[in-house]
Write a protein that binds this ligand. Structure first.
Ligand code: ATP
Length: 373
C-alpha cells in the first residue's frame, strides 16, 4: 500500500513559485529524502504535507485519504523540526506526553508509550529533566520520542540533524536508520546534506527551484544523474564536468578536450556515435579517474590511459585526491595513498571508460549518454 502520494503539488508565494507541480510517492515503510540547495522548496513541501502550509494546487493523500483540507492534528503524521521545538518549562516526560494528553489518551497508555519510546531512544534516565538540562543530541532524541509516542502513519523530518556537531550527526544518522528499520513507518526527510540523503534514504527526490529534477534510489541518481545539477549535487568531491567534443579519427570516435584526447572503446562506439561532431559536457567522477606513475599501459575495453600533470595533491588517509591540469580546467582524480606523487609531476590517469557521462551543452544540461548501470 502506498502511504503518501503527492500529486501535482504547487505552492506560490506572491510571485515566487516555491514548489512547482511536484509529484512523488512514498511507499509503506519507505524513507524518502527531499534534497536540494537552500530555497529549492523542501520545507514548503514538508509543511504542505504536514498541513502547516496550504497548497496553491495539487493533492496530498495519506493512505487512501486526501488530506488537503484536514487540520494538521487530524493528518496522523508527526513532524520533527530542526530546532526540536520542545516546551522549555516541561520536563522530558511531559514534553512527550503533551500531544497524547491533548488527544485524550489514558494516563496508563501514555506512560506505556513513553517508556517504550524512551527505551528505544535510550533516554529513560532523562525523563525528569528540562530541555535546558540536555545536550543537543539528547534534545533531538526527545523530539524524536515525542513523534514516536504518537505512532503516526508517517514521520516528517525537517533537517533534524543540522544543529548537531559533525560527529553527533554521523551517530544520529545511524540511529535514525535503525529507528526507521525498527518502526517500519513511512518517513519523509528534508535535508540539503547529500551524505544524509545517500546514507539513509531508500529513495531521493531532488529539487531545484521548486522543480523536481530526479527521483530514484540513491545509487541510481549517483550512477545515472539526469542532468549536471544532479550530477554535481551528489558526491564529494562532485563529478568532474568539462566541455568536450566527440570527433572521429582513423575510424574511431574520440573524446577531445583541452587536456586529453580519449579513444572510445569498441563496445561503446555505438553509444557515443550519436554525439559525433558535437560539443557536449563530459562528466566523470573522481573515483573513476585513477592516477598512477610509470609507463602508460595500452588502452583496454575498460580503461583508457592519458599522461597528465598533477597539480595539488591532498592526502586523505584512505586515498590521495589529486587535482590534474586539464588545459584551463582542472580534474579531480584519486590515487592509492602509498603512491608518491609530487606537484607538477607527470602521471598516468586511467579513465574508467564505462563510467563516462555526456550532458547537453544547453541548459539544463540533460544527460545524453549514460554510463553502465
Ligand atoms: P532551506 O534549505 O534554506 O530551508 P528550502 O529548500 O526548505 O530552503 P523553502 O523554505 O521551502 O526552501 O523556500 C522555497 C522558496 O519559497 C524560497 O524562495 C523562499 O524564499 C520562498 N518562501 C518560503 N516561505 C515563504 C513565505 N512564507 N513567503 C514568501 N516566500 C516564501
Amino acid at each position: 500500500m502506498t502511504k503518501l502520494i503527492i500529486k501535482n503539488l504547487t505552492k506560490t508565494f506572491d510571485d515566487v513559485v516555491a514548489v512547482d507541480n511536484l509529484s512523488f510517492e512514498a511507499e509503506n515503510n519507505e524513507f524518502v529524502a527531499l534534497i536540494g540547495p537552500s530555497g529549492c522548496g523542501k520545507s514548503t513541501t514538508l509543511n504542505m504535507i504536514a498541513g502547516l502550509e496550504q497548497s496553491s494546487s495539487g493533492d496530498i493523500f495519506i493512505g487512501e485519504k486526501r488530506v488537503n483540507d484536514l487540520h494538521p492534528k487530524d493528518r496522523d503524521i508527526a513532524m520533527v523540526f530542526q530546532n526540536y521545538a520542545l516546551y522549555p518549562h516541561m520536563d522530558v516526560y511531559r514534553n512527550m506526553a503533551f500531544g497524547l494528553s491533548m488527544r485524550g489518551f489514558a494516563k496508563k497508555d501514555i506512560e506505556t508509550r513513553i517508556f517504550e519510546a524512551a527505551d528505544i531512544l535510550g533516554i529513560r534516565d532523562l525523563l525528569s529533566r528540562k530541555p535546558k538540562e540536555l545536550s543537543g543530541g539528547q534534545r533531538q532524541r526527545v523530539a524524536l520520542g515525542r513523534a514516536i509516542v504518537r505512532k503516526p502513519e508517517a514521520f516528517l523530518f525537517d533537517e533534524p540533524l543540522s544543529n548537531l556537531d559533525a560527529k553527533l550527526r554521523v551517530q544520529m544518522r545511524a540511529e535514525l536508520t535503525k529507528l526507521h528499520r525498527r518502526l517500519n513507518t513511512t518517513m519523509v526527510y528534508v535535508t540539503h546534506d547529500q551524505v544524509e540523503a545517500m546514507t539513509m534514504a531508500t529513495r531521493i527526490v531532488m529539487l531545484k527551484n521548486g522543480v523536481c529534477q530526479q527521483i530514484g534510489p540513491p545509487m541510481a541518481l549517483y550512477n545515472n544523474p539526469v542532468n549536471t545539477f544532479v550530477a554535481g549535487f551528489l558526491g564529494t568531491p562532485p563529478m568532474n564536468i568539462i566541455p568536450a567534443r566527440v570527433v572521429a579519427t582513423e575510424g574511431r570516435l574520440h573524446i577531445a578536450t583541452e587536456g586529453f584526447f580519449l579513444p572510445v572503446p569498441d563496445a561503446l562506439q555505438p553509444l557515443w556515435e550519436t554525439l559525433n561532431n558535437t560539443d557536449f559536457l563530459f562528466g566523470i567522477r573522481p573515483e573513476h579517474l585513477q592516477c598512477r606513475v610509470g609507463p602508460k599501459p595500452e588502452n583496454t575495453e575498460k580503461a583508457a590511459y592519458v599522461q597528465m600533470e598533477a597539480d595539488i595533491i591532498e592526502t586523505l588517509g584512505s586515498h590521495l585526491q589529486i587535482s590534474i591540469n586539464c588545459g584551463q580546467k582542472r580534474l579531480i582524480a584519486t590515487a592509492n595513498p602509498s603512491l608518491s606523487i609530487e606537484h607538477g609531476q607527470s602521471v598516468v590517469v586511467a579513465f574508467d571508460t564505462s563510467k563516462m557521462h555526456a550532458f547537453e551543452l544547453e541548459s539544463p544540461h540533460k544527460r545524453v549518454v549514460m554510463c553502465e548501470k
